[in-house]
Design a protein around this ligand. Sequence first.
Ligand code: 13P
Length: 253
Amino acid sequence: MRRYFVGGNWKCNNTIAQTQSLINTVINRLVFDVAKVEVAVAPIFLHVPWVQANIQKNVQVAVQNTSLTKMGAYTGEISVEQVKDFGIPWVILGHSERRQYYGETNEIVGKKTRLALDHQLKVMACVGEKLADRESGQTTQVIQAQLDSIKKELTTEQWANVVVAYEPVWAIGTGRTASPEQAQDVHAFIRGWLKSQIGAQAEQQTRIIYGGSVTEKNALDLIKQKDLDGFLVGGAALKSAFTDIVAAAHSSR
Ligand code: 13P
């Protein structure tokens, strides 16, 4: 049985005081069994040292991006070696906001994923279609192309350290969640792709999590879906709703 995974993507939110408050009042009060659910939160880079020092041990820390390049003369970047050196286990890569606003192509996401895994970071690799893709019947083609670009870079073994996050772009920050059936359809497609392209082990073991307007209200219905192994939460990860979302995953394992 796959262990569920719940990620909190805090994006570019929170002052120092707000992050401290979120840790103290929500994250450090989460009660869950790590054998059932893995929980990770991703603050901005500047807040990571404080978060690492003050977070309860059951919750892991992630970053929201890493550089396409290794350490060196790349002004403004933070590299995989530096993230690993800091003891951070996870990185979110290929988020639609990175693709949309910072020009990250499928090829870049594939290369970043490879670099992170080569440096022993675990990756939440995000895929998802835009509204126009869905409306023109291109959902699976778009997702397949995103996955193919990652596959091109990785060894079969490296998939053991990848969590695939399906985040339909039209559902992110819009309040318009994918229905459980819509999510399940795409998750099943991704699982089928894992089987045919990577192998039976990847099919059975890879967690496929859903992101896009997940709330404490819809989490329970979503998590009942057969191929849905958790969530990547944005807005609701910044408040007490996150407690209920972790609880929803926990109660169904
Ligand atoms: P929302 O939960 O705010 O829709 O964001 C989802 C997301 O982008 C998580 O990475």
